[in-house]
Design a binder for this molecule. Sequence first.
Ligand code: FES
Length: 78
Amino acid sequence: MTLEEFKKFDLEYTVCECFDITLGELLEAIKNGNDTLESLMDETDAGTACGLCRSVEEDEDGDRELHLDEILKFAKEN
Ligand code: FES
């Protein structure tokens, strides 16, 4: 995914379906210092159930369009 593709996601987009966590909530948690995957998962619960939203590697069938590791990467680049 490119930065341009990432920017097309709305803040209301549900990244983690298991816990109904939006992109906006995740970006807020990252802004508040949860800038590692472990910390972000601890803080929001996102990624702690089925795990498909964690990374492209863990989502072999491409069930989720956006993953926590991509959000962390682009949040740091921005
Ligand atoms: S979609 Fe995030 S843990 Fe299942």
